[in-house]
Design a protein around this ligand. Sequence first.
Ligand code: PBG
Length: 331
Amino acid sequence: MRKTLFPRVRPRRLRLNETIRDLVSETSINKSKLIQPLFVSGTLKKKEGIITMPGQYLYSQDDLLSEIDELTNLGINTIALFPNIDSDLKDQSGTEALKEDNLICKTVRKIKDRFPKLVVITDVALDPYTSSGHDGVILNGKVDNDQTLEALIKMSVNLASSGADILAPSDMMDGRIGKIRDSLEVNNFKDTILLSYAAKYASNFYGPFRDAVGSKQIDGISKKTYQMDSKNLKEAHKETLLDISEGADIIMVKPAMPYLDVINDLHQEINVPIFAYQVSGEYSMLKMGIDKKIFDHNVIPETLISLFRAGSSSVITYFARWTAENYDNIS
Ligand code: PBG
């Protein structure tokens, strides 16, 4: 019979009090690892609450700058910016996305002018600009890969020249990282970082985001024809390795909480940083549960810790501001 190790081994000794627990903790959250997504409107004069994302706003230009001022004072130094453009500017192929002085380019210039050290991430995808709400150009009833690439390249160069530090292609078209990387090099944007949404799943958790940017799809084409199937893990390796070989500096897993296995698996296998995106539906689910007192706000750091424990280097989360306001560091 095997002898029991108890009482020589008592794991509870290391849980005795908070100081000891902190000394032996394996994971921590630091504000410098949190990225706040922000939505900017092309028409609003004052910020407006997003109904399906309580506590998050669609900002006017001025309100956006004051929000960034507060975020930087709180120690949040990276934002991911998304535009909500006037529906009159949308069309079948998202031509507004290609303009050098569109809402997002103008806003990035303004932000970088006032906050030169802030790291600004911008999405590269057509969904805020197409009347269909799709991430690409529609041809013969399909989201056409190669036509979309042409638009993404142009958009990327415009964003880089407006001052965006990190471009985040979130469209899931094949071959886009290589094409974008090449045109950035040709146009002398050698230091622009590419954060590829490599493992982006076709998820039902994006609903509130689509309310925020006004990109709800109305046609019958499914985003499943380009975003990944939630049943697949090996495919995340394939997508990720492809994007790294095409020149991605960082890769993203999205959504976050239901895909912890994907984060962890990639963390074991690849040698570039992984960012996780705790998406709008994950935010709203937690926030509404907290507001209804079903559980308390401590669920927030618990979810963030789980993403870092799984292997994320940084996390894009709508709770970035809240976490910075409420904690110095969580260890
Ligand atoms: C657009 C994009 C989406 C999100 C980020 N970029 C939505 C989509 O693909 O439909 C979702 C983010 C969130 O839900 O918070 N390409």
